[in-house]
Ligand binder design. Structure first.
Ligand code: PMP
Length: 428
């Protein structure tokens, strides 16, 4: 597969954009080579600047649940654009999407829209601190909640990939208010709470981790966190930027039957436009300005184009009775196919899957936290990534990322992916 034009475009980008990219994980640093520049996408496929076609398992890092350029979403954006693109005033559509989101997600009365997942998580933590009057937070090593200072303490995603978990520029003062726990280790959380009695405002986590590959919560981990939070006046914050509206209509709260106090959403809620949101019970959300003292704002928050795209997307997800079943079945089919290939070829592996999130780790160790995720053979992953790319299958360029299944993927696409997996893994 030729990538001449992508290579030329990347060289040009590097002269004016740091690292040639506007978000680090796009740079292929973990896997080597130059990134592929995409010019368009439709359904399950991406087309690059050299006209190569790929089956897409990144789906814009999650939001394209219905596939790319989904007609109702595109039409909604076009129609809204004709009416003006931003007013900096309230608009009716903000209430419409808020009502729909509140009706789909359990346990939330009010929702505020922002412009990214980072903003959503950052704002939710500020609200948790303002509401509880406490400063410290607990986060889990390997979970990623965006690039706001409090979270860049052993973050997942690009921060792990590049081996720079504690970013320069984050002050010691900020870092000392973020306590780190091991994912899936409830006694570790208990110890941290004991050692910081009365000081912890919230525990934030990805209820299914996607930023160290896909890692499910084990052994009632979420239920036990809920109990610990209740016993210690700590708010439980679910970062559902990846899982929200993807694992179920009501996200991980619905799937696992655990109620969070605050829920963060991201890209899904904007149908691929730049959006985030955070939500919770009225009693907590009413602490936000202008009702309450916790300040949070945004010129483009609730932007009409993003709201139109999001409303079209959520409406489809709400009305399609079978979508979550279809997504889970497709993912299970891919899981089974790839497992058979890897077993036949006697390649050490662990495949984790929840709903439409799945990842392949080249390790036989059960992958349940960042340490076990790091046991994967990175050389195998690099060869796998480039081999799959050459076969026209686009997976995340890092072993520390989940893959996302879209409804646009056909069983033929899945069969092609499994065949590519066989061909590529035969050479590992
Ligand atoms: N939380 C999670 C779980 C994420 O996966 C991400 C980004 N992938 C974020 C927060 C940050 O979102 P954004 O990149 O939109 O700021």
């Amino acid at each position: 597969m030729l990538h001449q034009r992508s290579s030329a475009l990347f060289a040009e980008a590097e002269t004016v954009i740091p690292g040639g990219v506007n978000s680090p994980v796009r740079a292929f640093k973990a896997v080597g080579g130059t990134p592929v520049f995409i010019k368009k996408a439709k359904g399950a496929y991406l087309i690059d600047e050299d006209n190569n076609q790929y089956i897409d398992y990144i789906n814009s890092w999650g939001p394209m649940i219905l596939g790319h350029a989904y007609k109702p979403v595109v039409d909604a954006i076009i129609e809204k654009t004709k009416l003006g693109t931003s007013f900096g005033t309230p608009t009716e559509i903000e209430t419409k999407i808020a009502q729909l989101a509140v009706s789909m997600v359990p346990n939330i009365d009010k929702i505020r829209f922002v412009n990214s997942g980072t903003e959503a998580c950052m704002s939710a933590v500020r609200l948790a601190r303002g509401y509880t009057g406490k400063d410290k937070i607990i986060k889990f090593a390997g979970c990623y909640h965006g690039h706001s200072d409090s979270f860049l303490i052993q973050a997942g995603s690009g921060a792990v990939t590049f081996g720079s978990p504690n970013s320069p520029g984050v002050t010691k003062g900020t870092a000392q208010d973020t306590l780190l726990a091991r994912y899936n280790d409830i006694s570790n959380v208990q110890d941290l709470i004991e050692a910081n009695k009365g000081e912890i405002a919230c525990i934030i986590l990805e209820p299914v981790a996607g930023n160290m590959g896909c890692i499910p919560p084990k052994d009632d981990f979420l239920q036990k966190l809920r109990i610990l939070c209740d016993a210690n006046d700590i708010l439980l914050v679910f970062d559902e930027v990846m899982t929200g509206f993807r694992l179920a209509k009501g996200g991980a709260q619905e799937l696992y039957g655990v109620e969070a106090d605050l829920v963060c959403f991201g890209k899904v809620i904007g149908g691929g436009l730049p959006v985030g949101a955070f939500a919770g019970r009225a009693e907590i959300m009413n602490h936000l300005a202008p009702l309450g003292p916790v300040y949070q704002a945004g010129t483009l928050s609730g932007n009409p184009l993003a709201m139109a795209a999001g409303l079209a997307m959520l409406t489809e997800l709400n009305e399609d009775k079978d979508i979550y079943k279809r997504l889970a079945e497709k993912t299970a089919y891919l899981h089974k196919g790839m497992s058979e290939v890897l077993e036949k070829l006697k390649i050490e592996h662990t495949i984790n899957r929840v709903g439409s999130m799945i990842s392949v780790h080249f390790s036989e160790t059960a992958v349940k936290d960042i340490e076990t995720a790091a046991t994967g053979n990175n050389d195998s992953f690099k060869a796998f990534f480039h081999g799959m790319l050459d076969e026209g299958v686009y997976i995340a360029p890092s072993a520390f990322e989940t893959w996302f299944i879209s409804d646009a993927l056909s069983y033929e696409d899945l069969d092609k992916t499994i065949a590519a997996c066989y061909k590529v893994c035969s050479l590992l």
